[in-house]
Design a protein. Structure first.
Length: 450
């Protein structure tokens, strides 16, 4: 007779297609099947416990099975599970919109809901495009993105993405975008200053020649996530925002990964006092509980759509579960809990502790760079430290180090040769101590054969 795990593993093999997963590899080993969560740990169906070292793909805030969040969903469930926002509204969606406008960078007063970061980006792109059309400016149709950008997997979001591995196969389906470099100090021969100069010069030159046909620039502010946790030099975002304003181009901030305290501020834009025209949030919005995202817009953008019915300036976009009351209710509860527990105020000390713990890796022979902003950490592993030679993709160095971390009791997911550490904000110093020990040992064991 099959064990429960064997039964589920067989069903996984027969029926479930996992995202961002090569199924031939996945099913040739023992698939991890999660049963439950408690605090910052996840437990598989065989009873083994693992630290959630990447916040279940960068979205968990308070940990798992949080009584206050569970109760918020239960309370809302006793009222109504779902009611559409098409032509009507519901209490949690309205109250959450007010809350988001109150904590967002100044001017972002209008909230349009969706169900994932990718759809939130899709909305922002369409809003920016139609904004200019509604204003009678018909030539502003293109977008600027940044090298190695990732904004989600819907067609519009992929069109402003620039990671060839993920996006190139779909190129015939996409609209073209202008691509400027994201300032990667480690991989730029001139270091941080020259990387910053290259980015700003490229943006300035492009805007000076083509601003009249560019609708918006989309950027992952301060930290570019899927490219390997690349951190911007100081003042880069502020200068980019100023250039966009100077040339009458909208700025879209993709805060899906960086929002809700992850970088040490409520939003990464707050770190440089930048107020974009459109901002996309998701992931941590509900504390990691339910799929809710939002696209925030300024009154200026909103007013371009506010017109008589006959003018047909309506934003014709929506999803069946837009503004879902269960999701909005738990998002409100999550934000309340963040305030009560002063979670964002605590990120700085936790980030400093993590930085100190990981500093011992800096001299290891295959650790090229350690990048960190708040509780977002990327550790780039290299074959040759002196030359910064990368490991070949086929060597799967990041995958192997991640597998070792799992053996040691922590879950994370690499970005190529970059080990990612993005723990729940609620992690205690004791838990961070244990997780960073596992992270360091997994890297040393795999790269040095320890």
């Amino acid at each position: 007779m099959l064990t429960d795990y064997e039964r589920l593993a067989n069903l996984n093999k027969d029926y479930l297609w996992n995202p961002f997963t090569q199924m031939k590899d996945y099913l040739s080993s023992d698939p991890l099947i999660i049963e439950r969560g408690e605090g910052i740990k996840l437990y598989d169906v065989q009873g083994r416990a693992y630290y959630d070292g990447f916040s279940s793909v960068w979205l968990n805030v308070h940990g798992h099975n949080v009584p206050e969040l569970n109760q918020a969903i239960t309370d809302q469930l006793s009222r109504v599970a779902h009611s559409t926002l098409l032509g009507m509204a519901n209490r949690p969606a309205i109250e959450l919109a007010e809350k988001l406008a109150g904590i967002a960078p100044r001017g972002l007063n209008k909230v349009f809901y969706s169900d994932s970061g990718a759809t939130g980006v899709e909305i922002a792109i369409k809003m920016a495009f139609q904004y200019w059309k509604n204003k009678g400016v018909n030539n502003k149709k293109s977008f600027i993105t940044m090298n190695q950008a990732y904004h989600g997997d819907t067609i519009g979001a992929v069109s402003v993405g620039a990671i060839p591995l993920y996006h190139e196969v779909f190129r015939p389906m996409l609209f073209p975008s202008h691509i400027i470099p994201y300032p990667n100090a480690y991989r730029h021969e001139g270091g941080e200053k020259m990387a910053l100069d290259a980015t700003l010069t490229a943006l300035r030159d492009l805007l000076e020649t083509s601003a009249e046909e560019i609708a918006a620039l989309i950027v992952e502010p301060i930290v570019q996530g899927a490219s390997g946790i690349i951190t911007m030099p100081p003042n880069c975002l502020r200068e980019m925002a100023a250039l966009c304003r100077q040339h009458d181009v909208l700025l879209i901030a993709d805060e899906v990964a960086t929002g809700f305290g992850r970088t040490g501020a409520m939003f990464a834009c707050d770190l440089e006092d930048v107020s974009p025209d459109l901002m996309v949030v998701g992931k941590g919005l509900t504390g990691g509980y339910l799929p809710v995202a939002a696209t925030l817009a300024t009154d200026e953008v909103y007013q371009a759509f506010y017109a008589d019915y006959e003018e047909q300036k309506t934003f014709f976009h929506g999803h069946s579960f837009t503004g879902n009351p269960l999701g909005c209710a738990v998002a409100l509860a999550s934000l309340k809990l963040m305030e009560e527990r002063k979670m964002i105020e605590g990120v700085g000390a936790k980030a400093t502790f993590v930085e100190q713990k990981l500093s011992k890796l800096k001299d290891r022979p295959h650790v090229g760079d350690i990048r960190q902003k708040g509780l977002m950490v990327g550790i780039e592993l290299v074959r040759n430290k002196a030359s910064r030679e990368a490991y070949d993709w086929a060597e799967r160095i990041g995958v192997r180090a991640t597998q070792r971390a799992r053996e040691l009791g922590m879950l994370t997911r690499p970005l190529g040769n970059v080990m990612v550490f993005i723990p729940p904000l609620a992690s205690t110093e004791t838990e961070l101590d244990a997780m960073t020990d596992i992270l360091a040992k997994s890297i040393i064991d795999v790269t040095e054969g320890g």
